[in-house]
Every structure is written in C-alpha cells, then in structure tokens.
Design a protein around this ligand. Structure first.
Ligand SMILES: NC(=O)c1ccc[n+]([C@@H]2O[C@H](COP(=O)([O-])OP(=O)(O)OC[C@H]3O[C@@H](n4cnc5c(N)ncnc54)[C@H](OP(=O)(O)O)[C@@H]3O)[C@@H](O)[C@H]2O)c1
Length: 307
C-alpha cells in the first residue's frame, strides 16, 4: 500500500512511498482510506518528525476487515474515524471505539473534517453549556475548527461573534450562523459567557478582558506561536471567570469518541452542520495544500482525497 511519509531531507516535505500493511490488534479494524483532512497541528508534527513517519488523524473510508473482537462497524461499512497517526495511507488500523458509520448522504470528504476539528468544536462548546442565549466569541472563526464551532454554537442558541484576521475571511460566516463578524478581537464589543481562543498571544490576553462574570475562556490553540502575559487585574469585573485548557484527546473518556463522532455525522446528515471544505485535492498535492493552510489561505478545512 502507499502512504505519505515525512522526508525532512527530501525535495518535498512528504512523499508517497510503498509501506507494509498495518498490523491489527484485536480491537482494531482495517480501513481503506478515501479521504483525510489536514489540521494546523499536523503541519507542526510533519515539521518536527524525522524521516519516514506517517501522520494522519482524520480518516474517512470503508471497513475492509472488522475488528477481531467483533466490535465496531462490519466489513463494507462506510466510516469516519480518529487515529493517533498513520492515517495518510491507503490502509490504516483503527480502534473500533473510535469510529462512526456514515449514512449514504454523508460524503467521505465531509466526514473527514470531523474527527479533530469537529470534536474540538463540539467539546470546547460544552464548556459553555447551556448555550441558549449566551454570547459566544470564537477566534479563528474562518478556520477548520472555527467554521464548525460557529455552526454548532448557533444551532445551540448562542449569539455568536466570529473573529477573523482580515475582511475577506468573513465571507460566509453570517450564513453559518454568526450574528456578527469582527476583524480582529480588539473590535469585539461587550462581554461574553464563552470564548473559544486558539490564536494565542495578544488575542488570548484580550479574550480574558472580554469574559463575563462566571464566564469561560477555553484555550485550545496557539496558532500565532506567541506567549501571553496576563495578570490578576485582567479578571477585574469578571469574578469567578475561568481559563480552561483543552485537548480533544483527553477532554472526554475514550468511549465517548464514537458517540460524539456519530452525533456530528448525524448533524451533517440532517443538514444542520455543513463542513466548509475550502480545498479538496488529491493527496499527491499535499505540499501545495499544506502551504495554503499554513499561510491562512484556506477557509474551513483542507481535504486530501486518497486517489
Ligand atoms: N487543543 C486541541 O485539542 C486542538 C484541536 C484542534 C486544533 N487545535 C489548534 O487550534 C488552532 C485552530 O485549529 P484549526 O484546525 O481551526 O486551524 P486553521 O484551520 O488553520 O484555522 C486557524 C485560524 O486561526 C486564525 N489565526 C489567527 N491568528 C493566526 C496566526 N497567527 N496564525 C495562524 N492562524 C491564525 C486564522 O484565521 P484568519 O486567517 O482569519 O486570521 C485561521 O482561520 C490551531 O492552532 C490548532 O493547532 C487544538
């Protein structure tokens, strides 16, 4: 089978190579991968890993072999799944409790946007529950997590303020449910009960100043790579507010991956969640797509088709 492997010394950052078939544990199914999506964090992992590593956490495809313990979707089922790594390959081993079956009206490309970005959007928003009527501020709103979070928050009754880096990134966010879109967090007005913060640096410092009494700032990323200086005084006017760290892998128990993925899939199926796929290309075009994602030129998610 073919896989995309890191080649730090090569002409391109990744290359397609012939690889051995995955060895399955008893609780793992073998998936024929049709689509994968790229995450900003994976770009960092590609840069930081040595020769011959296969990344890939977001996988959509077809079950070639059900897990030997009899759990999970059967052979032939169309599925979406979250893997730790190794997903950018024609075949991958996936634990049966980390996948959900896809109905016919959910495509592989759409489904591949869900594991990392969808689970992050869903689970960060839970820190603000109940969302009905709550003001929610979402930084990086035009990105992979952001475009999903805007929709899920709006659908839950939140009044969403979306933050983008520049004017053209605002396109489509009101249609997804944002009440207002601001260019830069400094332009956000008033206080918020929940803030999803992923830019870091000065954006996080500003977010803390915008949180309301008993409100929550969920810190789930640092796209800018900048550190943040905060002080006790920044919480003046917002007693009992909190800054909540988040990691999608550890935010809920392992056995919640399948139900949460299934929930997200069902929302696509009923038309209430529309993954925004800014770029859909062959996995052979990894280098071009990775550059676009790094340079903030992709609205929503980048998807690679394993053709
Ligand atoms: N903790 C977790 O479990 C978890 C899970 C998923 C993602 N993350 C992290 O969360 C962040 C968002 O993920 P994503 O997949 O949505 O990424 P993405 O698709 O690249 O979106 C990131 C968004 O952040 C905005 N941004 C603001 N300042 C930026 C900067 N200095 N550099 C780059 N982007 C900047 C960009 O919007 P504009 O171009 O409009 O400014 C962009 O739309 C990433 O840092 C990622 O690593 C963490």
């Amino acid at each position: 089978m073919l896989g995309l492997v890191t080649t730090p010394e090569g002409k391109a950052p990744m290359e397609l190579r012939e690889l051995p078939e995955p060895q399955l544990r008893r609780n793992e199914a073998l998936i024929a991968v049709h689509a994968v999506s790229l995450n900003r964090g994976e770009l960092r992992s590609v840069r930081n890993n040595g020769e011959g590593w296969v990344p890939g956490q977001d996988v959509a495809g077809v079950v070639l072999q059900q897990a030997a313990d009899g759990n999970g979707p059967p052979m032939g089922a169309r599925v979406v799944s979250l893997t730790d790594e190794f997903g950018w390959a024609q075949h991958v081993a996936v634990a049966s409790h980390r996948m959900a079956a896809l109905p016919d009206n959910v495509g592989f490309a759409q489904a591949s946007t869900l594991p990392v970005a969808g689970l992050t959007a869903l689970r960060t928003l839970r820190h603000g529950a109940p969302l009905l009527g709550k003001r929610v501020l979402i930084t990086g709103a035009a990105g992979g997590v952001g475009t999903l979070a805007v929709q899920l928050a709006a659908r839950s009754g939140a009044r969403v303020t979306a933050v983008v880096g520049r004017a053209e990134r605002a396109a489509g966010l009101k249609e997804l449910g944002a009440l207002e879109v601001v260019e830069g967090i400094a332009r956000a007005d008033g206080k918020f009960g929940l803030i999803l913060e992923s830019a870091g640096g000065s954006s996080l410092a500003q977010a803390i100043k915008l949180v309301e009494r008993k409100g929550t700032v969920v810190v789930y990323g640092n796209s800018s790579g900048e550190p943040t200086t905060i002080s006790f005084a920044d919480f003046r006017g917002a007693p009992n507010s909190r800054v909540q760290s988040f990691s999608y892998f550890y935010s809920e128990a392992e056995d919640q991956f399948a139900p949460d993925l299934a929930l997200l899939v069902s929302l696509i199926a009923d038309g209430s969640l529309k993954p925004q796929i800014g770029v859909e290309r062959s996995w052979r075009d990894f280098a071009t797509v990775a550059e676009q994602l790094r340079d903030r030129r992709i609205g929503g998610k980048a998807v690679l088709m394993v053709d």
